[in-house]
Design a protein around this ligand. Sequence first.
Ligand SMILES: [Ca+2]
Ligand SMILES: [Ca+2]
Length: 979
Amino acid sequence: MSTIKQGRRPQARWAAPMLALALAACGGGDTSRPAASAMDASTGGMAKAMAVTPAAAAPAYNYAEALQKAILFYEAQQSGKKPDWSRVSWRGDSRLTDGSDVGLDLSGGWYDAGDHVKFGFPAAWTATQLAWGALEFEAGHKDAGQHDALLRNLRWINDYFIKAHPSANVFYGQVGNGSTDHSWWGPVEVYPKAAPAYKIDATCGGSDLAGETAASLAAASMVFKTSDPTYSATLLTHARQLFTLADTKRQKYVECITDAQGFYNSWSGYNDELAWSAIWLYRATGEAAYLDKAEGFVGSFGTEGQTSFLPYKWTQDWDSKHYGSYLLLARLTGKQKYKDAMERNLAYWTTGTPEGERVTYTPGGLAWLSSWGSLRYALNESFIALVYAKDVADATKQQRYRDFAMQQLNYALGSNPRNSSYLIGFGANPPQHPHHRTAHGSWADSQSVPTNHRHVLYGALVGGPNASDAYTDSISDYVSNEVAIDYNASIVGVLAAAQQLFPGSVPLANFPQAEVASEDEYFVEASLNSTGTTYTEVKALANNRSGWPARVTDKLSLRYYVDLSEVIAAGRSAADIKVSSNYADGGVARGLVRCGTSNLYYASGDFSGTKIYPGGQSAYKKEIQIRIAAPDSTTFWNPVNDPSYTGLGAPGSTAVKVANITLYDDGRKIWGNEPAACGGVVLPVPATPTGLAAAAGVGSISLSWSAATNATGYTLKRSTTGTAGSFALLASPTGTSYVDSGLAGNTRYYYTVSARNDSGESAASDPVWATTPVGPPAAPAPTATAGNATVTLNWATVAGAASYEISRATSATGSYASLASGLSVLTYVDSGLTNGSTYFYKVGARNTAGVTLSDPVSATPSGGGGGGGGSSNCTLTLDSTNDWGSGQVLRVLLSNTGTTAITGWGFSFTESNPFTSTNSWSGTFTVTGTQVSYTPASWNASVPAGGNIDAGMQLTYSGAKPVPGAVTMTGASCSVVIK
Ligand SMILES: [Ca+2]
Ligand SMILES: [Ca+2]
């Protein structure tokens, strides 16, 4: 968020006239729309926008890497004490005293964007969105190796919300003043401004702000339910209190936190946040009263323009929670009106509404809602589309929504007319000049100093192109080139979904590397100020341009060295030489101090007590003029032999960087060369380390070498070819060993090592190499299909597997006995089984490194055969993983992978413990004790080939969690999966 009077959404949006119906030819919202080519001329990107991606295609981009980076961005936005798990080397502690103006510790949280205000409203939405993605696409996050990182960052922001909620009816919704903040351009570690705290309470409220924060806390309580039940309960307590505040004191938060009006005004009001937070509290608690409230609030949503429809022409974003509300209410209630509202919004973004209205598409295929941060809107809708695609039964719609989302994601990652990535530090030609103060790292309070950013802000999604696909990578363009916590909120979940739909990507190993300072952080600039026959007067400037991270110091001092040999030869002593200063910007001149027993002395320019920091033209450097003078009328003064005189420009010349004047921070030398007699030891550059050895294990190579004398650190480089010029930086350890992990199997890696210290770096060693062994294969993903007294297992080829093996048990967690091994085929038929009994199987993939077992799959042989043309090529899944300790959503999924429809189907099962069914959808669950039978709703009674059914019931219980089992199907014989 860059400047005042620039809301992220134009207010005119709510008064906008109906869009022209120029896109009517694309309308219809059904599957029988005209061929794409017919619309190309009038709509440009229509064909590209709706291009179908083959479901089995390889990932178009490394989604795991993009996800890894997109999550890392949130660590660059951290405020307060930097946690030890932060991976952003160039960030440090900042704003530790936030909240001190109101007597609270409000340190922590996230900076909003390229600025340093902690705006609570978009932060809360961002946190909700990240948690929602964690719940919907947990498998993708885990498969990409990013689940732990996401949870750390979710905990970070929710911890801050808890801090900001010191009592039930008080919530601090902003720290930092927008106008004050935006008047300064520098790294936040040296923030020179006040950061006032703003609150809502029972007197002056904020239903939108409190509601969205309650939603975040409730969603996070579900995320942490299993891994940290205590924390989960704490989150839920705060969520309940904030919802009550939101519901009781109905008000827009910007009426109370007025500073936010120019930045995150609550354009759409608070009814959507009230519904949204009630939905999440219902999901987290299972208490029906919350669901009743949520549905009630939808009644206050109003309509889209002059239509009778619920709003459909925007998307879920920091301001509007209408669309997520439709989606989750459709899932939770099964009511058609919510499905209709959701699908109308999706039609507006994809094929067009029945009336022919459709969001603008750029010629390159970006669904373009608004100029300010165009990409995030497209990705917000992509997230909605991907989640709803999980629920929708219509396979055509499901594919359409997924295609839309993947097309928008791939556009952001590089599939666009510029062939450029919009995710910083990822892909081809990504942005280099985002509108982000700390990543830029100016020391001069200026967007043009330095020319290039000092840091790579990995994973930040920039605003994006205009409606013509044009974009300029300019630091000053906060409309298209800023980054923000809310910009990244959806792409994280979308990438996790992409990892599930198009698996195979792996994250980068050894990422991120610590940044190495690319220029001197501290140094002295100097020139002669005045000279005479009896004196030397030098003008010296102490510079603090620190940036890795930026630091404030008030203990700098510099030293100017003189050789008094000629003074002593003239029969005088140091006592005859006077040190003085005619000008000092916060420093004092001192001296002389003798260096041991030599004739060398130094004068000091001491800035103790004066803050010098990279925060502005007059802040990052301080000048002192030091005059060193012999008595008047003497003739012996000779500056030429003085060590610090060398290299100084003539009086009146520009001060230049000089290494012969040394600089200290609290007595520790941080710049320049001390003469040897003055304590300085010029370290020789270390020799090349010897004894480099590489030992390979599965997935890693351990490196060790002998210590090099005088080395302060080592540089490891790696190559997979070993040719000159192919080695890239791997790590910069300070010790003499390193483990290179995350490596591919059966691959040869080459390494060199060099040693370094402040004086320089040695030549690299000769390369050594090691070859990683073949690792164990990945786990197979079998399916089990029941037949008459038989179960047939099928699985796909697992890369690197030499053979497959089968084991069987009578329960998922039971003892598995081997049935077969050494298989080279991809199928196995287990026969002679008892009909009606459920059998569990694991398939193992083996090679010389070991065996990896699949998750269990099960099937129940049946002698009855599939009636009504039912196919055995189907899977029935009973999923009870959405459980919160006192209740759960039991989802029922039927996937018909066969070639004929399944009709007249149903099933019964037994729950392991007593429960009470509170509601259900997409079918009837008849409960007798722990016995349950399910009859599909009329529209689910027939499942077409390739179709899916998504039904479920919500239940409450006390004691142990009920788990379904003993499933018996009628009308079809599907493989049964219980989760
Ligand atoms: Ca709202
Ligand atoms: Ca001299």
